[in-house]
Design a protein around this ligand. Structure first.
Ligand SMILES: Cc1cc2nc3c(=O)[nH]c(=O)nc-3n(C[C@H](O)[C@H](O)[C@H](O)COP(=O)(O)O)c2cc1C
Length: 195
């Protein structure tokens, strides 16, 4: 409840959060990750079902393997779509050094129960809470949608202990930001006001 006694910083956190793709080597402590997940699970869910689970992975070899698996598949996928703005990402994907997780120290998978129809929406709200909470703690994040392709690889799913009855909704990386790029500009919102 808003009591009026505490400064409301949520608007600055929302405004300033940006996707971080360049990290320092500093580890993110378990305590911070627990706080981030605790913020995540405060998100609303349809029927209050809370259909999520979390995997916290710090295994850089495994992340590299997952990245190496996803990259050629993404090249194929993006090549097919060939939308403007994808050229730079496509070039990065073709670079053997490029890691889709940007060498972040930790990957958190937000998994949604397959049997719950709203789990993608619920887990997405959870993921945004997590990214905002991380920013408030000085921790950067990025949603790595490209990594959902690991769902086609049973070996990687097993290594990440993803249960069969859950899908990967939000692969999120976290870490302490190295120098940041400016936040991408937002377009003016189109609002229809009905008087
Ligand atoms: C569903 C989703 C998937 C995304 N996938 C990727 C990704 O695979 N790689 C990446 O670098 N950024 C990814 N992003 C981050 C977006 O590129 C980023 O949010 C957008 O450019 C706006 O920038 P900002 O988050 O700094 O405001 C993803 C974001 C969302 C919401």
């Amino acid at each position: 409840m808003v009591t009026g006694t505490e400064p409301i910083e949520i608007f600055s956190v929302i405004r300033e959060r940006r996707s971080v793709r360049n990290y320092t080597d500093q580890e993110v402590q378990d305590e911070a990750l627990r706080a981030i997940i605790a913020a995540g699970i405060q998100a609303p869910t349809a029927l209050g079902l809370q259909p999520w689970r979390f995997v916290v992975a710090r295994d850089r070899d495994l992340m590299r393997r997952a990245s190496d698996y996803c990259k050629p598949n993404l090249v194929e996928k993006i090549g097919e779509e060939s939308r403007p703005g994808t050229e730079e990402f496509l070039a990065a994907l073709k670079n053997p050094e490029f890691n889709i997780f940007y060498n972040a120290p930790v990957l958190v998978l937000v998994l949604g129960a397959r049997e719950v129809v709203s789990s993608v929406l619920d887990c997405t709200l959870c993921a945004e809470n997590m990214m905002l909470a991380a920013w408030a703690l000085g921790i950067g994040s990025c949603w790595i949608g490209s990594a959902t392709l690991i769902q086609q690889n049973p070996e990687i799913l097993a290594a990440l202990k993803v249960p069969d009855d859950h899908q990967v909704v939000a692969p999120l990386i976290f870490g302490y930001p190295a120098p940041l790029l400016p936040k991408p500009e937002r377009r003016e919102p189109r609002i229809t006001w009905i008087p």
